[in-house]
Structures are given as C-alpha cells and as structure tokens.
Design a binder for this molecule. Structure first.
Ligand SMILES: Cc1ncc(COP(=O)(O)O)c(C=O)c1O
Length: 379
C-alpha cells in the first residue's frame, strides 16, 4: 500500500470514509456507554467512554500515524498526559529534565521528587555534556526533553539524547508541542514516547484543551500509562476530540504558514536597534540552527522570542503597544500572541525579564511586521 505524506493523511482524516453511510467526515460518538447483545457480549469494541470511545480512536489513529508510532492516547490536557508518564516511575528512581522547560511540568517533577523519594536532575539544554553528567546509569528511568525549549528555543539533539538515555537504561520522552510531527518525528530519531500539547498546533484554533502521547512500542510502561488514563480518568470528551480531529486536518498548512511568517519576522527584526537578541532556531545565527536543520525538516515553527533592549518595563510596554498581536498566554493558534513570559511564570521564573515570547499565527506577515515596527517605535 502506498505510504502517503503526513499532510495527505491529515487532510483526509486518515482516508476516512464511513462505509455504511458514505460520509467523508468522521462522526462524533457522544455515548458514554455501549450496549451488550443477548449473549451478554459487548456489541462492539467499546464498553464505557472513560475506557475508550470511537471518537478518541479516530484521533489516536491519526496521531499514531502522524508520528510513525505504534499507538497514541488522548488526554484531557497536556498535564494529564505528562503526569501519566511520570506516574509510571517507582520510588528510588531518577528523572532528568532541562533547567528551562514548561514550568508547570517542572513544578510537577519537583513535587513528585519531594514527596516520593524520586531523584530529579536538571540539565542545561545548551550544553550537550550537561545531560551526560546529569544521568545516573541504572537509576534514571526517564529523560524528558522539550525541543525547541520554551521560551528560549534552545535546540536539543534528539538522536544524541536518545543515545545517552538508552545507554543508561532509561527511556527518552520528548515534548514536541512546538516542533510538530509535520517537521519533527521524534520517534524516528530514537525517542520512546512523544508528547504533544494538542491544544496548540495540532488543534490550532485555541478552542480545545488536550494532550496526546504516542509510543514507539507497546511495552510494559505504555500499558501502565493506559491503565493510569483509564483509572485516573483524564480522558477528553467526544466533542473536544472531534473538534481536535477537525483542527488536525489543516495542521500542515497552518504550521508551514506560521513557520514562514516567524522566519520573516525573525530575519526582519534580528538587527533592529531596539532588539538586543532574537531567539529563533531558523536563524543561521542561532546556536542550535545546525541541529534544528537536521531534525526540523519542514520549517522551524512559529515560536520565537525577542529580547528587548532595556528590561521588564520596556518588554511589557512593547507587549501593550501591539495591536494585531494579542496579549495572551498559549501558542500554536492561527492568531498571533505576545506574552511577557517572566510575569506569567512568577517569581521562580528563570526567563530573562526583557524577553517577549511571540506565537506567530497565519495572518499576513506584512501586517505583523508593521505592528511590531510601530510597537518598537513606541517604547
Ligand atoms: C510546552 C508545553 N508542554 C506542556 C504544557 C501543559 O499543557 P496543559 O496546559 O494543557 O496542561 C504546556 C502548557 O502551556 C506547554 O506549553
């Protein structure tokens, strides 16, 4: 059978055709329960929607295909998915993660480390030896990385991290929210589990909260993750699953447009007199550009950060001067957003106070550039 590219598979929702009705749009199955026949056997493959539902199946099938994985599971949020992964760790084991990463996930790692005698070592994503120093062979169970790292967009070499993790007997989990499977298939680079915060690029319309895990192999840990989802109950509702599926159908075109827009903006403002630095892996000047080129094969994504000359005051002033960029947290939607990350993360944040994070959407790039130019003039 011909293997189609991700954009073709997505556009047709996994070549969906309902063979009973001929419908080309996948249906929603809101039923929470599923009937049995006269022999008291379940009529179909489903029993109760906390366990599984045909609408989740459609999204999970597509997500697994997209990442070249063997199976995918949907969760009610990104954190529901991430915490399910870390719930598989036993007392006395050890986790390695980057110093700068999604702060909510790091807060959770600190919590389980304190409460359950689980070791936690943080490594510097800009230094490849730092990961090697952090790992404890035989003790580290999971190396968790994000690439590019939010919000500095440092790039971690997935293949290298997988090699280090596997040599120590650990698995590698990759948060690929920013680097979607359109451009990076982390499992192909040796990752064992991939996580997508599906609320972001996969859905793309800032109207669904969801997380997805995809596994390379269906092993004991994966069975445990499925058990955790079933028993903790962090499942997505059928309506949200269906909306997500609808969003995913246009992922490739949205991601490509956001990537093109972000690259134009990064290049345009790289040497602006009021910009101290522009952090974007698509720029040749970015320290991670070479690795990004190897593992981000179809665009560098829509996320970039701008270090404003001055400090927190100037950065926040710019955020409020912008008219087309909406001042709000989150990323990966069709609309462009701007965020003063240090304020959002709070006093524990390690993010530079003059950093503004931009999530570049699919608007006309000339409009986005002139909004930023006008904003910079105003500070
Ligand atoms: C990169 C990344 N991973 C994970 C999460 C957590 O996802 P959620 O907010 O759906 O729990 C976030 C939240 O913004 C994120 O940005």
């Amino acid at each position: 059978m011909k293997i189609y590219s991700p954009s073709s598979v997505l556009a047709q929702a996994g070549h969906f055709i309902d063979h009973v009705t001929g419908a080309i749009t996948p249906p929603i199955h809101p039923s929470t329960t599923f009937a049995r026949n006269d022999d008291y056997e379940l009529i179909g493959a489903y029993n109760y929607s906390r366990y599984q539902n045909p609408t989740y199946d459609q999204v999970e099938y597509l997500a697994a295909k997209l990442d070249n994985g063997s199976e995918a599971k949907l969760f009610a949020s990104g954190m529901a998915a991430i915490t399910a992964v870390f719930e598989t760790i036993n007392m006395g084991q050890h986790i390695v993660a980057p110093t700068i990463m999604y702060h909510g996930a790091q807060d959770w790692l600190r919590r389980i480390s304190e409460k359950r005698n689980i070791g936690l070592s943080l490594f510097n994503a800009t230094d490849s030896d730092s990961l090697r120093r952090a790992i404890k062979p035989g003790k580290t169970a999971i190396v968790w990385i994000e690439t590019p790292v939010n919000p500095t967009w440092d790039v971690i070499d997935i293949e290298d991290a997988a090699g280090v993790a596997h040599a120590a007997g650990a698995i590698l989990g990759v948060d690929c929210t920013v680097s979607t499977p359109i451009t990076t298939r982390a499992l192909d680079f040796g990752a064992d589990i991939v996580f997508h915060l599906a609320s972001k690029y996969l859905n793309g319309h800032s109207d669904v909260t969801a997380g997805i895990l995809v596994t390379r192999t269906n092993n004991e840990r994966w069975e445990d993750i499925k058990f955790i989802r079933k028993h903790v109950g962090g499942v997505l509702g059928p309506f949200e699953s269906w909306l997500l599926l609808r969003g995913m159908r246009t992922l490739s075109i949205r991601f490509e447009r956001s990537s093109e827009n972000a690259l134009r903006i990064a290049q345009h403002f790289e040497n602006h007199p009021k910009v101290e630095d522009m952090l974007y892996p698509g720029l040749e000047s970015h320290p991670g550009h070479k690795i990004a080129k190897r593992q981000m094969t179809k665009g560098f994504g829509g996320m970039l950060s701008l270090l404003v000359k001055g400090g927190a005051f100037e950065a926040k002033k710019l955020a409020t001067e912008l008219r087309l960029f909406v001042s709000a947290t989150s990323l990966g939607g069709v609309e462009s957003l701007v965020e003063h990350r240090a304020s959002v993360e709070g006093p524990m944040s390690r993010v530079p106070t003059n950093l503004l994070r931009l999530s570049v959407g699919i608007e006309d790039v000339e409009d986005l550039i002139s909004d930023l130019e006008r904003g910079l003039e105003g500070i």
